[in-house]
Design a protein around this ligand. Structure first.
Ligand SMILES: NC(=O)c1ccc[n+]([C@@H]2O[C@H](COP(=O)([O-])OP(=O)(O)OC[C@H]3O[C@@H](n4cnc5c(N)ncnc54)[C@H](OP(=O)(O)O)[C@@H]3O)[C@@H](O)[C@H]2O)c1
Length: 331
């Protein structure tokens, strides 16, 4: 039997914009699901780089979202709002959240939740949504990656990168990845990259050009990587930008874009409509969850922290010492 949710819960709040120390444990009211929404009792919450940007005051949540950090979680449905048809209390789910994952209970639209894939636990399941929604929508839908094409992902050892390597490989692409150490490069190759490039020692442009160029590049670095990415693309190649760790402004000669018929695109997941995210969720259920169940795509787990130690989790993600995903244990 599923107990009704309590009135208050433990959560981690951003008390003011700043460093990890501004994350503080608080007691807040449990949210009530509105029409079409479910309330999830959170077992584990995934930690993502955008949470650190939000904490620093550089990535504001949408006006209707919880101000608490946390973009993904796995657990049990605790209550359903009016009109919910897909779920009932007690169901095990993993979900993309508009915010609020660093808490004992979190709200999301019912069609942003997915069943926990067979063969993985709630801890791993909590680490799937943010990276799978982001990689699928950017690499497959925007970038149009096809089997046999060459795919380059920067930050190959990140949460996003480790997912992108496995997903692209499972779809039959030839995968190249960049990373900042020999250990990270070895991890990328163990996940299925045919060539990992230590960007501190090697030039990804010449390596990709020697292969004929990348058909799709997924980039989170930006800055001087933007003109270099353009050089590393094959004719008709697609550059998909999902972040700018080294800045978003750069001087570019667009003649190459025209002469070699390149596509420059990108997106950020959080501000997209509920309908768009529901569409991505349907794609994941159909195309990506079977990869997880076959074992060809697994979240790479770096470390686990207690909910109260969210500040430590942020220090870890911002140190870039991690490989794969960081998770908070909540229940
Ligand atoms: N557009 C979207 O919808 C969306 C959604 C989710 C995440 N993102 C973005 O995607 C990126 C990856 O997210 P994540 O959660 O997987 O984060 P993450 O695990 O912290 O990945 C960031 C990685 O980027 C590499 N990196 C390269 N240049 C860097 C630099 N100048 N400063 C810091 N790190 C640098 C680091 O590895 P090395 O040691 O190899 O440098 C680091 O591990 C983040 O930038 C995030 O904001 C975008």
């Amino acid at each position: 039997m599923t107990l009704p949710p309590p009135h208050t819960m433990r959560a981690i709040a951003i008390t003011e914009p700043g460093g990890p120390e501004v994350l503080k444990a608080v007691e807040v009211t449990v949210p009530v699901p509105k029409h079409g929404e479910i309330l999830i009792r959170v077992a584990y919450a995934g930690v993502n780089r955008p949470d650190a940007l939000q904490r620093a005051g550089q990535y504001a949540p949408p006006p209707t979202a919880s101000p608490l950090p946390g973009l993904e979680a796995a657990g049990w449905v605790a209550a359903v709002g009016p009109g919910v048809t897909r779920w009932q209390p007690g169901d095990r789910v993993t979900a993309l959240l508009p915010g609020g994952g660093y808490a004992e209970y979190a709200i999301t639209p019912e069609d942003h939740a997915l069943p926990v894939p067979e063969g993985i636990d709630l801890r791993e399941a909590a680490c799937l949504p943010e990276t799978c929604f982001t990689v699928w929508s950017n690499v497959m839908l925007r970038g149009g990656l096809r089997a046999g094409e060459r795919f380059l992902v920067h930050g190959g050892s990140s949460g996003i990168g480790t997912t992108a390597i496995q997903m692209a490989r499972a779809l039959g692409a030839r995968v190249f990845a960049t990373a900042g150490s020999a250990e990270k490069c070895a991890a990328c190759e163990a996940l299925g990259a045919e060539r990992a490039i230590n960007y501190r020692e090697e030039d990804f442009v010449s390596i990709l050009k020697a292969e004929g160029g990348a058909h799709v590049i997924l980039d989170m670095v930006g800055g001087d990587y933007i003109p270099r990415n353009i050089k590393a693309l094959a004719d008709e190649g697609r550059l998909v930008q999902i972040a700018f760790l080294q800045g978003a402004k750069v001087e570019l000669n667009f003649a190459e874009v025209m002469m070699r018929r390149l596509t420059l695109t990108g997106s950020t997941l959080r501000p997209q409509s509920d309908l768009a995210k529901a569409r991505y969720a349907r794609h994941l259920l159909k195309h990506v969850w079977p990869m997880v169940e076959r074992g060809t795509l697994r979240p790479v787990m770096d470390s686990e922290f207690a909910l109260e130690d969210a500040a430590e989790a942020h220090r870890r993600i911002e140190s870039s010492g991690h490989i794969g995903k960081i998770v908070l244990k909540v229940a």
